[in-house]
Design a protein around this ligand. Structure first.
Ligand code: FES
Ligand code: FE2
Length: 389
């Protein structure tokens, strides 16, 4: 065989979702292959449909922080893999997860974003819904004997709060939210999440498949390429991380810091000051500590090639007493804005290549055990039996 022939790569044949997902089973072995995902997993519309039904229609998805829903009437509106979702706080202070689409003729009741409202009024024919989803009033409907206002209400979704972080699950039969978080709960005790306030929050959309963003969030390796002047200098303990793949949902990632964090407001131990403690909650949530500052991020698909990136930064309430809040916020937003822009630019470039017919699975570095932990949980979710599929 000539050198020219050995260098020749033939295009990958198209494969079905079933074939691609079957390949994921290798990540469940005790000695998984140190390979990146099959490239067609990022481009197959059929795989994306499987992800919607097997993952996003049944998982707890981080949508925000309770500080964004502090007052009666506050709401957040977003989508989860194409499904419109709203979280409202009613006049009694109770949180509700709702499908914010009018039951008359499908008009969205709120625009994506956040706000405060007395009720959800449809702008099409002015039907009104309470913040718990029950119908408040429907105009000009008395003449329709088949219309039962008591039976007309918005579908509800499960909502859970974990130390102020707000999660939604589209599956009414989903298992309780915090079953898997006991280790994280214990290890984060000294971070006193309940006493933290959200200083800043943001939402962006990146043109990349959600898995491209999530796998990136499971390794520090890319700090040398994407973030040489922002994140890399902070990694004084190197780019390795200790990975604890605790369950099908929780992965803990501990990155050492060469220079311990200074602390004034949290009772962090020496060991805690010397690590960036973080965890990932499958499929797409991350919580990361940086000494006394905590960041959360959620990477939720909008479509196969687009991802909503939601995040926030929390700080101890005591640290903000007497502080110039606007200045603190501006400083945080400048830094997170810069780092996000670096990730976004890089990951959108990756996305631009996913359609190449000449791609093959890549070999992973020993610096990417967190990526393998994500692949394992992806394999578990995608190969699990799903009712109705
Ligand atoms: S679609 Fe909402 S009132 Fe008609
Ligand atoms: Fe990054």
């Amino acid at each position: 065989m000539s050198p020219t022939e050995t260098a020749r790569v033939t295009p990958s044949p198209d494969r079905t979702a079933a074939e691609l997902v079957a390949e994921l089973r290798d990540y469940l072995r005790p000695d998984p292959p140190t390979l990146s995902l099959p490239p067609q997993l990022f481009t197959s519309p059929e795989v994306y449909e499987w992800e919607r039904t097997r993952i996003f229609h049944r998982s707890w998805i981080l949508v925000g922080h309770a500080d964004q829903l502090a007052a009666p009437g506050d709401y957040l509106a977003t989508t989860i893999a194409g499904e419109p979702v709203a979280v409202t706080r009613d006049q009694d202070g109770v949180l509700h997860g709702l499908s914010p689409v009018c039951r008359h003729r499908m008009m969205p009741l709120v625009e994506p974003g956040a706000g405060n409202t007395r009720d959800l009024t449809c702008s099409y024919h002015l039907w009104r819904y309470n913040l718990d989803g029950t119908l408040l009033a429907a105009t000009h409907m008395r003449g329709n004997a088949d219309f039962d206002p008591a039976a007309c209400r918005l579908p509800t979704f499960a909502v859970a709060q974990w130390h102020g972080l707000v999660f939604v699950n589209l599956d009414p039969t989903a298992p309780a939210f915090d079953d898997d978080l006991s280790v994280v709960d214990r290890e984060m005790t000294n971070y006193r999440l309940d006493e933290m306030v959200q200083v800043s929050s943001w939402t962006e959309e990146w043109d990349c498949n959600w898995k491209i963003a999530v796998e990136n969030g499971h390794e520090n390796y890319h700090a040398i390429g994407f973030h040489p002047e922002t994140v890399r200098p902070l990694m004084t303990g190197g780019i390795d991380m200790a990975v604890h793949a605790d369950s099908a949902l929780v992965t803990r990632l501990l990155s050492p810091t060469g220079t311990p964090f200074e602390t004034s407001f949290l009772p962090l131990t020496e060991a805690e000051r010397s690590v960036m403690y973080s965890f990932r909650l499958f499929p797409c949530a991350a919580v990361a500590t940086f000494g006394e500052s905590i960041a959360w991020i959620s990477l939720v698909p909008v479509s196969i090639g687009r991802t909503q990136v939601r995040g926030g930064t929390l700080m101890p309430a005591a640290a903000l007493e007497g502080a110039d809040l606007a200045a603190v916020r501006a400083q945080i937003e400048a830094v997170t804005g810069m780092i996000n822009a670096e990730d976004r630019r890089g990951l959108e470039a990756v996305q631009s290549a996913v359609g190449s017919r000449f791609l093959q699975r890549g070999q992973l570095s020993p610096k990417e055990p967190g990526v393998l932990a994500f692949y394992r949980n992806l394999a578990l979710a995608m190969t699990a039996d799903t009712p109705g599929t």
